[in-house]
Write a protein that binds this ligand. Structure first.
Ligand SMILES: Cc1cc2nc3c(=O)[nH]c(=O)nc-3n(C[C@H](O)[C@H](O)[C@H](O)COP(=O)(O)OP(=O)(O)OC[C@H]3O[C@@H](n4cnc5c(N)ncnc54)[C@H](O)[C@@H]3O)c2cc1C
Length: 390
């Protein structure tokens, strides 16, 4: 760990941060192996332990170093990168990881469909082989940041005659293909942060397949597990984010305080701190490999807590909390929640219990995989997908 911090200091001495072009600077950080230190040498890492990452990140933050493009991290960093690292070929890793890290190329996730969300394995988007390429047709929905994305991770059905989990394959889709049509979906906040995506005759080279044909579900599971940890257990300082915003208002606006709200704020502050420490333990546990079902518990708590905290924030602001400042239609480039007003945050957090797996589904996972309770009855796992009622 000390060696790594010394490496960061040496890197900073050779690559001044003041006035640096962020993309070039981050590219140099990637080349030095200081992007994701647990990734292999040549792919942004040094083959170090995953637990060393935090010290490296903190050293760069303290030096006011350029940070990755805020539009890129969530899906690119949290979901695409670990999946490419685990299932990608050498060529795929070389092609995709560096521009993903520098933020030159933003990623989105083409999983959900109008008829396949919680039960993702029922998805209907087809990929049909044509020589060295696949031709993809279908419709995806709720695709966050598709309007700025260069690449997408995509799950499609390659064999409808097999049961639903077996006939899927996983691809990297070029969002600039003429067959990709991205249309905004306006959310309760007024913004269109996500989209519908129509895929008509989209051509994907076989070289952009991740994992074996028919093994898309296994690859998707890696993405989904990482998604829950990314959303529910991201790195945070004490009083960061939403609890920080409400605590700040509490301190700065004593005229808004009431005794009942004080009690609730304290309880939520303690819950936020417990989640932060649990998330920290989960991240350290990841040093051992792929995230386990504990990520689902962190994501569930994250959603419940965010909704309670933003509800308290609106109440604390009284009438002011009910005034919604800006309802113009926008297509944001990043997920900037902290700088928005209490009303925006309250409405946006409603989506936390849906995105990345609904709270009901996460409770099922906890019941089944952590508490070892009897599984939900499933009648459709052995039936060919084409014969399932839809
Ligand atoms: C803000 C936001 C961003 C998103 N971004 C993306 C993205 O970038 N890419 C992407 O692919 N998807 C994205 N999604 C989609 C998200 O993953 C799905 O909405 C989610 O998986 C739920 O699927 P569904 O909407 O089809 O609901 P359904 O699966 O139809 O579920 C409806 C309700 O029934 C409940 N339910 C369903 N099955 C069960 C069960 N077996 N037991 C108990 N309850 C059950 C659900 O919990 C839910 O309350 C996003 C969603 C949101 C809100």
């Amino acid at each position: 760990m000390t060696d790594l911090v010394a490496k960061v200091e040496q890197f900073l001495a050779e690559h001044p941060t003041a006035g640096a072009d962020p993309v070039e600077w981050l590219g140099a950080r990637f080349d030095a192996g200081l992007a994701w230190v647990h990734f292999p040498v040549g792919l942004g890492g040094l083959g170090a332990s995953r637990s060393a990452q935090q010290a490296v990140d903190e050293a760069f933050l303290a030096a006011n170093a350029p940070q990755p493009n805020p539009a890129a991290p969530v899906i690119g960093y949290g979901m695409a990168a670990p999946t490419i690292l685990k299932f990608g070929t050498d060529e795929q890793k070389q092609r995709f990881l560096r521009p993903l890290y520098t933020g030159e190329e933003v990623w989105c996730q083409l999983f959900s469909e109008p008829g396949a969300g919680s039960d993702l394995a029922t998805l209907a988007t087809r990929a049909v082989r044509d020589g060295d390429e696949w031709i993809v047709d279908g419709q995806k929905v709720w695709t966050t940041m598709a309007h700025v994305a260069r690449w997408a991770i995509l799950v499609a059905r390659t064999d409808p005659s097999l049961p639903k989990h077996q006939g899927l394959s996983y691809f990297v889709c070029d969002m600039t293909d003429p067959g990709v049509d991205v249309r905004p979906l306006r959310q309760i906040t007024g913004e269109a942060e996500f989209n519908e995506v129509f895929l008509s005759g989209v051509r994907i080279p076989d070289a952009h397949r991740l994992g074996a044909v028919g093994e898309g579900w296994k690859v998707a599971t890696t993405t989904l597990m990482n998604e829950r940890v990314t959303i529910g257990a991201h790195a945070a300082e004490r009083e960061d984010g939403l609890i920080g915003a409400v605590a700040k208002t509490w301190r700065e606006r004593p005229e808004l305080r009431t005794p009942g709200l004080h009690d609730r704020l304290l309880r939520l502050w303690v819950d936020a701190e417990a989640l932060r420490l649990t998330a920290e333990r989960l991240r350290q546990g990841l040093a051992a490999g792929q995230p386990g079902p504990e990520g689902s518990a962190a994501k569930l708590t994250f959603a419940t807590l965010n909704q309670a905290v933003t509800g308290l924030d609106v109440e604390l602001h009284g009438e002011e909390g009910l005034a919604y400042s800006d309802w113009t239609m926008r297509r944001p480039k990043d997920a900037d929640w902290a700088s928005r007003d209490a009303g925006f945050r309250y409405l946006r957090m409603k989506g936390n219990s849906i995105e990345g797996g609904t709270s009901e589904i996460l409770r099922n996972i906890i019941a089944d995989r952590i508490l070892q309770l009897p599984k939900e009855p499933r009648s459709d796992v052995d039936i060919p997908w084409k014969d399932l009622p839809r």
